[in-house]
Design a protein around this ligand. Structure first.
Ligand code: ASP
Length: 888
């Protein structure tokens, strides 16, 4: 019987135990480690709130042990874990955020196989080195975050940027991963901010580095301070862009930066518009927009753990057993729980309504995967607020899906452009920009101080884009040249790089080197290098210009030869018996022979042949014929040479030019040539691969005195004053302008290259597309043509040389009276002399007649003149001389 009693008692005890344990909820102990700081309290409160909800919803009795520790308390942390593990056992550990304490806790959680939920950034490298399996990190790994940043940088078309980091952790997190994803043409500078709170000196250094795009990696609490100081050192201007890596940047109070013009973007993992977050805000009695990522992640971690625990319990009840801290004991539940959390059953529902940081999945290292980041940016409209611009998914890391379509973005930019007043830098140089001369002592102000093509161009662009602009002059007046020794730019490019202006408008050539430093619009004018030279000054034609084909010496030699040959023929004819002829051919035995080759006839023969007229008297002797034939040959050559040379001579004097192209310049040394120092024209010759142009560069460089000019205007002056001893290599647009006004100037040859003028703009200028479209529109509407015509041919004395051009073109083949006047002179002089001679001969004949007839000279003259002017009288009586008459 006592035995029966004992059995019954035992059964009752067992029943009591079963009933008690059925009513008793299973106890789950968890340890939560927070970093001792001003946020610890808020996080603890959030955790408590979350746990209260969980406690109400689950069958488990969750006992949380929350500790706020500072980073020195590593020993204390170890002790706490040890105590908790050995008293009731630990189901999971959460936190801490500080790496020092995390190290201790992580090693203990690994050895006991307790699931360890982390909510702070850790590099993939750190994670892999530790070879941990118990860690589940809800914070995106720095490597994945860097992928998002790299995509953002690429999409924003950043060519160079500076990573400003606060501590070595930041550097470690970003350096490798950003460098790994760096395209070849991108340069990244890393700059450490230091411990603060005064960051000004580093910020000033960054300002001097001329970079204007930054990735700022710092603690949440320091962001506003750093930006405040950046604003003081002028590192928060409208052309600066920032990407903040801190996932909590959105939660700060940005009201004081509502008016800054810089671009500020950041990323966040929590969706501020989600209902879960809004509910959590209500539950915790805080503004949901101010909830920090670490709090949200801690909340998500507890949710994740409890959900996992529930799913595990649905398969077999997990047992949380106390462990001996000194032994190598491991938990029963740890491994299974890890596995189920990493691979949750399908259609599982979270205990709390959803996760605040989106769906949670882990990779093999316990790092989060397939999560979404929101890209947020400070809106353009005032006052500026953060707004969502796109989302990035770690599953597709190279793509950001933007909320705004490119058209919407473009429209936004167009709206924004209307509020802009662009600072335009330029240089004086006709016809692009000229100073207006003040009338009646009235001083012009602002843009009214100038006039010219550039001003009109900006005016037209802004009338399309609805913007405004202010012109200013670049102090050194230069276009922009890179000094490779000093490693700096000058002129307009320097001004843009210094961010003293937004745009540079003038005859600024788009070159590869400049394009690397600044951006350009599409060309608004195309051009090429050509040669500016002075036209030949036309000498007034000389009276005796017909004599020019032969030199004076040749004329003299010819005249001498004429006399000598005439004498020789005379002598030879006297010597030659064949030239002694019978004066009376009917008398076969004449008493005398006659030689017709007296000096007069000889001279006539030679003269007739050199004039290509011939002579009716011809020699008969072989030697005389030989001498005469030699003279004829000489005459033939001389006459044809004269004729040919005359034609060439006349053509040459009309053309006046001795060079026809730039290549002709290279092949001679008499005419010096140069270009604008520091301009793109000189750069062309300096850098060209064409040997002929490079040879020209060598010649220019070695010329003494220098052939380079400091401005195109000086080049033009030098061409004009050098009397065709200097040619200036200049862009044909400018040559065209100058030769329209100064008719002495001429473009020689065509263009030796082809390029364009563009509007230069600070690198990354966001309205470039709008400017390009405006230029294209102007080109299609003929505005660019109209502007060119206005400033080249209509304004400032343009179109002056047109008449002269056309005149010379029409009369190119004609010879004026001036050119042939000398020939007339010779004709009339010859005829005049012949008249004088005939008068003399006549008077001589009259005198002889008067003597023979014994009549007075006057009467004889009268008789003879009467006969001469009686033109009907065709016969004249022979007057015999007295002696002859006596003889007869
Ligand atoms: N337009 C040129 C430049 O931008 C000047 C020149 O070389 O004529 O440098």
């Amino acid at each position: 019987m006592p035995a029966c009693k004992f059995v019954l008692l035992n059964l009752l005890l067992l029943l009591f135990c079963v009933v008690y344990s059925a009513n008793q909820r299973s106890r789950i102990d968890i340890a939560i480690f927070l970093e001792k700081n001003e946020h610890a309290e808020a996080t603890a409160r959030a955790i408590k709130n979350a746990l209260n909800v969980i406690k109400a919803k689950t069958k488990y009795q969750v006992i949380e042990h929350v500790f706020s520790l500072n980073k020195e308390s590593t020993f204390e942390a170890g002790q706490i874990v040890c105590d908790l593990v050995s008293s009731n056992g630990l189901a999971a550990i959460f936190g801490p955020e500080c790496p020092e304490i995390n190290e201790v806790i992580q090693s203990m959680s690994t050895s006991f196989q307790i699931p360890h939920f982390q909510t702070f950034s850790m590099s993939q490298l750190q994670q892999q080195q530790e070879n941990v399996t118990t860690v589940l990190n809800l914070y995106p790994s720095s490597d994945t975050l860097s992928q998002a940043l790299a995509t953002l940088v690429k999409d924003n078309d950043w060519k160079s940027y500076t990573v400003i980091y606060e501590d070595e952790d930041g550097l470690l997190r970003l350096r490798e991963s950003l460098k790994k994803r760096k395209p070849k043409d991108l340069s990244i500078t890393f700059k450490k901010l230091g411990s603060g709170p005064d960051y000004r000196s580093v910020l000033k250094q960054i300002k001097n580095s001329e970079d204007f795009r930054f990735i700022l990696d710092c603690k949440t609490d320091h962001i506003l301070d750093i930006l405040r100081q950046a604003r003081e050192v002028k590192l928060l201007e409208d052309y600066h862009s920032y990407i903040l890596t801190n996932l909590d940047a959105h939660s700060l109070n940005w009201s004081e930066f509502a008016n800054v013009a810089s671009n500020i973007s950041t990323i966040r993992i929590i969706d501020l518009d989600s209902n879960q977050l809004k509910n959590a805000g209500k539950l915790w009695k805080v503004d949901s927009r101010r909830i920090k990522t670490r709090t949200a992640l801690m909340y998500d971690a507890i949710n994740l753990f409890i959900t996992g625990f529930r799913d595990l319990a649905s398969r077999n009840e997990p047992r949380i057993k106390p462990l001996n801290c000194a032994s190598y004991d491991i938990t029963d539940h740890g491994d299974d729980l890890q596995r189920i959390i990493r691979k949750p059953p399908k259609h599982t529902k979270t205990i709390l309504p959803g996760y605040l940081s989106g769906p949670i999945l882990f990779d093999l290292n316990g790092q989060r995967r397939n999560f979404q980041l929101q890209i947020i940016e400070m809106g353009k409209s005032q006052p500026r607020n953060f707004r969502l611009t796109g989302t990035w998914n770690s599953g597709n890391p190279k793509v950001i899906s933007y909320k705004l379509t490119s058209e919407e973005r473009e429209k936004e930019l167009q709206k924004e452009i209307q509020t802009k007043n662009f600072r335009v830098v330029s240089r004086l140089g006709a016809p692009y920009l000229m100073e207006r001369t003040s009338e009646y002592g009235k001083a012009y102000l602002g843009n009214d101080r100038f006039e010219g093509y550039s001003l009109d161009l900006m005016q037209e662009i802004c009338s399309i884009l609805n913007c405004s602009y202010t012109f200013e002059l670049v102090p050194d007046g230069k276009y922009g040249n890179y000094d490779s020794v000093k490693k700096e730019w000058n002129g307009l490019i320097r001004h843009l790089l210094d961010r003293k202006a937004d745009l540079a408008v003038c005859d600024l050539t788009i070159t590869y080197e400049r394009r690397l430093a600044v951006d350009f619009t599409m060309p608004f004018m195309t051009l090429g290098i050509s040669v500016l030279y002075a036209k030949a000054v036309k000498e007034p034609p000389e009276l005796l210009s017909f004599a020019h084909p032969l030199s004076l010496h040749v004329w003299l030699y010819m005249a001498t030869s004429y006399l000598v040959i005439s004498m020789i023929i005379f002598l030879v004819a006297r010597l030659n018996p064949n030239d002694w002829e019978n004066p009376h051919p009917c008398d076969p035995n004449p008493e005398e022979l006659e030689n017709i080759w007296n000096i007069r006839n000889c001279c006539w023969l030679t003269l007739g042949s050199i004039m290509a007229q011939g002579c009716d008297l011809l020699p008969k002797g072989v030697s005389t014929r030989m001498a005469t034939a030699s003279w004829w040959f000489f005459s033939l050559i001389m006459t044809s040479s004269y004729t040919a040379n005359m034609a060439a001579f006349l053509t040459m004097s009309r053309m006046g030019l001795t060079i026809k192209s730039a290549e002709d310049l290279a092949g001679q040394t008499k005419i010096k040539y140069g270009c604008l120092k520091g301009g793109s024209t000189c750069s062309f010759f300096k850098d060209t691969n064409f040997s002929i142009y490079h040879q020209m560069w060598t010649q220019m460089e070695s010329a003494d005195p220098t052939v380079f000019e400091t401005s195109n205007e000086n080049g033009v002056k030098r061409v004009l004053s050098s009397k065709r001893k200097y040619a200036f290599l200049m862009e044909n647009t400018n040559i065209e302008y100058e030769s329209e006004r100064n008719c002495e100037l001429i473009q020689v040859g065509g263009q030796i290259d082809s390029k364009g003028y563009g509007i230069a703009m600070t690198s990354g200028f966001q309205y470039r597309k709008s400017f390009n479209e405006a230029i294209l529109k102007m080109q299609e509407m003929g505005v660019l043509y109209r502007l060119k015509k206005k400033w080249w041919t209509e304004m400032n004395g343009g179109g002056q040389c047109k008449e002269e051009h056309s005149l010379s073109e029409n009369t190119a083949a004609e010879l004026g009276l001036d050119h042939v006047g000398g020939v007339f002179v010779v004709l009339f002089a010859g005829v005049g002399i012949s008249l004088i001679f005939s008068c003399c001969e006549f008077l001589w004949m009259v005198k002889k007649f008067a003597v023979n007839e014994h009549i007075p000279f006057r009467r004889a003259l009268k008789l003879e003149l009467t006969f001469v002017f009686n033109i009907w009288e065709r016969q004249k009586k022979v007057k015999k001389e007295p002696e002859k008459a006596i003889k007869q």
